[in-house]
Structures are given as structure tokens and as C-alpha cells.
Write a protein that binds this ligand. Structure first.
Ligand code: BGC
Length: 291
């Protein structure tokens, strides 16, 4: 169960307050639970300013600077050209002095860290599931909960080495359904263990399965890259192969190296990247599966 702040029922930062910021030795200003909400005044708060130099170098996926002589005006809480700067959360996020403020509170760090966009950075997560079966095709039941066991396609992330849903960032001008298919293709499909001649069949199976997704989550993500001025949001969509005859029948190259992909049993003991466990729990509830 994700923790929430009592004041607002918003998710309480846990990973977004991890001491060391990812891929750096930058330490966040420590924020106790009670001081996460902006509604709690805190004069002693001195967050650390940090934006990774690769973001400052201005790659296509990153915004320009928001302050200083080269500052560029951005249209926050709106679709700004091809970039969706709207949050999935309501009400709209605040922009004191023209800089977006994290709607879920303090993180101990200002600037953009590893993230490209000021404000919300949008991702999409395809949650592809099947029932776990034995060699005879019999669905597997958990002895304790007496419920069927679900499996999902997990990848080992190249950046953090953690297991995760094969999601990714929504590119400028892209619709979420395109991101879901593209990311699944890039991250997971190459690893489907099937002869070359079956490639077309696999593509068709994925295309058909992806026509029938059920959205299980839309909103803020407690991501270790979040800062006081930018944060991750996602839409997680479940594509369930109930008969196991579609994508579910394909084996995956196992392994636990970065970049590996595998069918993974779903249960409450999963430890995954960012808030991915909580999206998976929603799928288990939806399909009345073992958790
Ligand atoms: C990942 C998504 C994840 C999002 C928020 C993206 O980098 O690819 O899977 O949900 O970040 O943590």
C-alpha cells in the first residue's frame, strides 16, 4: 500500500527523498515526513540545487533554462506546442516565480536533476500479463491465497539495475498508446524467444493484444529522480493474455543482467523500480489474482 500524506492524500515521497540522487553523489537536504507538504511552513529548508550536466547540455528531450539571461518562457499546465505540460493530478500545479512546484511536496533538491522537463515528465507503462501455467498448460494456484498466479513481463533497467515494467517516456507529440507499443517493442520484444520466421506472428500478437488495454493507473510516480521542480507521471495500462495463446505463449530470454527481460511472478514480495509495485498490485486486484 503506498503511503500518503495525511493532509492531502497525495503519495508521500519515499524514493523521491532517497539520500543520494541517482547517478551522482549529490545528497538531498533531509526532509522529515511531516515537512513533505508545502502547507507545512519550514524556514530552515535549504534544498540542494542540482541539474545533471547532460541535461544542461540541451539534448532534444530537455527544456531550456528557466532563469537567467537565456531563459525561455514555457506554458505550464497546458499543452505547449508538442509538449504536454499538464499534470494528471488535479488541481493544477503551482508555479511560484514562474517555476513549477512539485505537487507532492518537498524532495530536498531543486533544479531538474536527471529529468529533462520542468514540471511533469510523462511516461507510459505497458503491463503485459498472463496466468502462470505448468508444462501441461494448467494454471498455477498459490497454496496460501488459493488464487491464480499472474506473471508480467519485467525488464532489468539499464540505468538502475532494478526490475521494472518496460515503460518509457512519452516523446513530444506522441500519443500514449503509441508510446506503450514503442517502448514494449524496444525494451521487451527483441527478447521474445521465437524463431525468426515467427517474428511476423509475434508482431501481430502484440498488435492485437495492445488493442484491448485497461488503464490501471494515471498520475504521479514516487521516482528517485523527482525534484522540487520536476517529477515523473505515468499512465499504466494492463494488456492481459487470459488464454495464454497470444504474447503469453512466447518464452523470454531469462537472465538478470541489465537489459534482461523475463516473465515474473506477481506477489506482494516484488521489489521494483519507482512505484511499479503499486501499479502491479492494482492489476492483481483487477484480475483477482494472488498478491
Ligand atoms: C520509466 C517508466 C516509469 C517512469 C516513472 C520512466 O523512466 O521508463 O517505467 O514508470 O519513469 O518512474
Amino acid at each position: 500500500m503506498a503511503l500518503t500524506t495525511t493532509a492531502s492524500r497525495l503519495p508521500l515521497h519515499v524514493k523521491a527523498r532517497w539520500e543520494t540522487y541517482p547517478n551522482s553523489d549529490v545528497k538531498r537536504f533531509p526532509v522529515p515526513d511531516g515537512k513533505v507538504p508545502w502547507s507545512m511552513s519550514w524556514h530552515e529548508y535549504v534544498p540542494v540545487e542540482y541539474t545533471n550536466p547532460k541535461v544542461l547540455a540541451g539534448p532534444v528531450w530537455a527544456d531550456p533554462e528557466i532563469r537567467g539571461p537565456k531563459a525561455v518562457k514555457m506554458k505550464f499546465n497546458r499543452v505547449d506546442g508538442k509538449i504536454n505540460r499538464r499534470s494528471h493530478m488535479k488541481p493544477d500545479y503551482d508555479t511560484p516565480n514562474g517555476v513549477p512546484r512539485n505537487p507532492c511536496g518537498r524532495t530536498g533538491i531543486t533544479g531538474r536533476g536527471e529529468l529533462g522537463k520542468w514540471g511533469p515528465n510523462h511516461a507510459a507503462d505497458p503491463l503485459v500479463t498472463r496466468w502462470k501455467r505448468d508444462d501441461n498448460g494448467q494454471e498455477q494456484i498459490d497454496p496460501k491465497t488459493k488464487k491464480k498466479i499472474l506473471q508480467f513481463i519485467a525488464i532489468c533497467r539499464k540505468d538502475s539495475g532494478e526490475w521494472a515494467i518496460p515503460g518509457g517516456m512519452v516523446d513530444a507529440g506522441e500519443t500514449v498508446s503509441v508510446t506503450l507499443r514503442r517502448e514494449f517493442g524496444e525494451e521487451a520484444m527483441n527478447s521474445l524467444d521465437a524463431p525468426k520466421k515467427d517474428q511476423k506472428k509475434i508482431e501481430k500478437a502484440v498488435k492485437d493484444l495492445f488493442k484491448h488495454g485497461i488503464e490501471v493507473y494515471r498520475g504521479y510516480v514516487d521516482d528517485p529522480r523527482n525534484t522540487d521542480n520536476c517529477w515523473m507521471e505515468t499512465i499504466a495500462v494492463n494488456f492481459h493474455d487470459g488464454t495464454g495463446n497470444s504474447v503469453g505463449k512466447f518464452a523470454l530470454h531469462a537472465g538478470d543482467d541489465a537489459g534482461a527481460v523475463q516473465w515474473t511472478d506477481i506477489s506482494a514480495s516484488l521489489k521494483l523500480f519507482a512505484s511499479h509495485e503499486s501499479f502491479i498490485e492494482k492489476v492483481a486486484i483487477r484480475l483477482d489474482a494472488h498478491w
